[in-house]
Design a protein around this ligand. Structure first.
Ligand code: NAD
Ligand code: TYD
Length: 357
């Protein structure tokens, strides 16, 4: 029987790129996506696969034990790539419980299903790949990098909930021998990212001529990785990584937020035929995010040395591709911002969080 990979959160940003990579690279594999289609999940992200007989979509919540149980019975996945999550720091500041429920309880529900359905004799082949974030390691000053052995120090409800799920995943490896692997990645960018996040928010506002909100002074630093390169790294880690291990995945591409916004403004001026410097006038400094982590940076030598992976796409090229994707997909942006797929703050609070204008 063809091998089946369960991809949770496959209708989201990174998950949909992982589906693309797996279906393209593994012609014998079936892919089952489990996604609740929360505000950040969009079936349109998977429309390119709807006619593929090797692709199945299941709408459901990862916390729903009986539903997960049925899915394992019916599809018998031998590998799980777990990406379903509440993923936005700002939302976690105003609605932390949703993060505990999905990220911690949901992860435990999936781990329990693997324990129940996977025979120990198949553990050499089975994999539970847990996709996590570099934010679990806390915040860096201007110097230094996180490594796989840096002590956890999460500072937002988002990163705390991801840290909790990482600990659970490792506990299932140590306690039950479940073949789990954890990856911690830096900030992703590229097509299909929800416009609540910095890069698509800035692009969307540039396209509409709206103010570009920069938190604080814009000096906070993030390491940016092209989403397809992350998706390829995840598939590689699942196939060739060692159970019980952790792999950091990063772009070796640190930028201050202001630098990113300036680059996007220059791209917008160029692509939209405006005088250089026009778009920068839209930059609007707003009240900082509470507890805003200053800097993240990763030492990615382990994945390079053990699995031969390293990022290659130049940031300037990736940003331009991203800008052009949003420019040429206005229906996607409109759908994401409207009705059933409206942003969480509009759905729940009727406005942006208090620390924004
Ligand atoms: P996303 O918000 O775009 O997608 C999350 C997906 O999970 C959505 O499709 C959503 O509908 C689904 N989902 C949410 N709650 C669910 C639930 N209870 N049951 C089933 N499905 C549910 O997020 P993303 O940016 O694609 O991130 C994917 C994963 O990668 C997350 O685990 C995140 O922590 C991790 N990660 C993200 C980044 C980044 O820069 N975006 C970096 C490192 C790690
Ligand atoms: P974000 O995309 O939310 O990712 P994360 O907080 O997980 O790193 O934010 C990236 C950086 O951009 C972060 O330092 C916060 C900042 N930011 C702004 O300055 N303005 C905004 O409107 C948003 C959403 C983020």
């Amino acid at each position: 029987m063809a091998e089946t990979i369960l991809i949770t959160g496959g209708a989201g940003f990174i998950g949909s790129h992982v589906v693309d990579v797996v279906l393209a690279k593994e012609p014998a594999c079936r892919v089952v996506v489990l996604d609740s289609l929360s505000y950040s999940g969009f079936l349109g992200n998977l429309v390119q696969h709807t006619d593929n007989p090797r692709f199945t979509f299941v709408q459901g919540d990862i916390q729903d034990g009986p539903l997960v149980e049925d899915l394992f019975q019916q599809h018998q996945p031998t590998r799980v790539y777990h990406l379903a999550a509440e993923s936005h720091v700002d939302k976690s500041i105003v609605a932390p419980l949703a993060f505990v429920n999905t990220n911690v309880v949901g992860t435990a529900t999936l781990l329990n299903a693997c324990l129940k359905h996977w025979d120990k004799s198949a553990y050499t082949h089975n994999r539970f790949l847990h996709v996590s974030t570099d934010e679990v390691y806390g915040a860096l000053g201007p110097e230094g990098q996180f490594t796989e052995t840096t002590a956890y120090d999460p500072r937002s409800p988002y990163s705390a909930s991801k840290a909790g799920s990482d600990h659970l995943v490792r506990a299932y490896y140590h306690t039950y021998g479940l073949p789990t692997i954890v990856t911690n990645c830096s900030n992703n960018y590229g097509p299909r990212q929800h416009p609540e996040k910095l890069i698509p928010l800035v692009i969307s506002n540039l396209l509409e001529g709206k103010p570009l909100p920069v938190y604080g002074k814009g000096t906070n630093v993030r390491d940016w990785l092209w989403v397809t390169e992350h998706a390829q790294a995840l598939h590689l880690v699942a196939a060739q990584g060692t159970p019980g291990e952790t792999y950091l995945i990063g772009g070796n591409n640190e930028r201050s937020n202001l630098e990113v916004v300036h680059m996007l403004c220059a791209i917008a001026d160029d692509v939209l035929g405006k005088d250089p410097g026009t778009s920068q006038k839209l930059i609007h400094y707003v009240t900082d995010r509470p507890g805003h982590d200053f800097r993240y940076a990763l030492d990615t030598q382990k994945i390079a040395a053990h699995l031969g992976w390293q990022p290659t796409l130049a940031f300037a090229d990736g940003l331009r591709q991203t800008f052009n994707w949003y420019l040429h997909n206005p229906e996607w942006l409109a759908a994401v911002k409207s009705g059933e797929y409206a942003s969480w703050y509009e759905l729940q609070y009727g406005a942006r969080p208090a620390f924004q204008p």
